[in-house]
Design a protein around this ligand. Structure first.
Ligand code: FES
Length: 201
């Protein structure tokens, strides 16, 4: 059995230091990573072609949230927190699918149109104080670029132009679409400062 040395060897100056082991397991580090990276930055979430018609949807996990991405009746992409505004149930439990014109919660049948507006619920007509827009799905910031749908959970997202488009390799919009964050992480991991790039999507 290999026994780890009691005191780690000093990293030679020519090698980049690696992260301490507890950074990969500590709950506090994980929470901060979720808050400051995955829930604060733009992410390449789904291919636009996967939402090939109004009502087609995908659910993706971004940070600690489930996000529902769909197209409305005009074919425009829309993203919402995948949470029913009645009692907070998960609205869509499938990873993907297509609905005809509305999204209905499986719990008590609150129903939303593809723009997130509350359109129907049991006894809704007897509840005039329930505002259908106010009680609609919570929108998530979204951009469609390079054939991909990008989302950001932050209430005030960083500039998409500066943090995604402007950081694309060579500023080109013709390269293989990929998550800009993943690209930077890959480049860091590969130790490649500028030129190499991934070929997958
Ligand atoms: S929790 Fe969705 S309808 Fe009640």
């Amino acid at each position: 059995m290999t026994v780890a040395p009691e005191s780690p060897a000093v990293t030679p100056p020519s090698l980049l230091a690696t992260l301490p082991g507890h950074w990969y397991t500590a709950p506090g580090v994980f929470r901060r990573e979720q808050e400051h990276l995955f829930e604060a930055m733009w992410f390449c979430a789904v291919r636009g072609a996967d939402l090939d018609r109004p009502g087609a949807f995908r659910t993706v996990r971004i940070g600690r949230e489930s996000v529902l991405i769909t197209r409305n009746r005009r074919g425009e992409p829309r993203a919402f927190l995948n949470i029913c505004r009645h009692r907070g149930a998960r609205l869509c439990t499938e990873e993907s699918g297509t609905v005809r014109r509305s999204l209905q919660c499986p719990y008590h049948a609150w129903t939303y149109d593809l723009d997130g507006r509350l359109t129907a619920a049991p006894n809704l007509s007897k509840m005039p104080d329930v505002d259908r827009v106010e009680r609609g799905l919570v929108p998530v910031r979204l951009r469609e670029w390079l054939g991909y749908v990008w989302v950001c959970l932050a209430e005030e997202p960083p500039s998409f132009e500066e943090t995604v488009i402007g950081r694309w390799p060579n500023g080109s919009a013709t390269r293989t679409p990929w998550s800009a964050t993943a690209w930077r992480g890959w480049r860091w991991a590969a130790g490649s400062p500028t030129t190499s790039r991934p070929t997958g999507s």
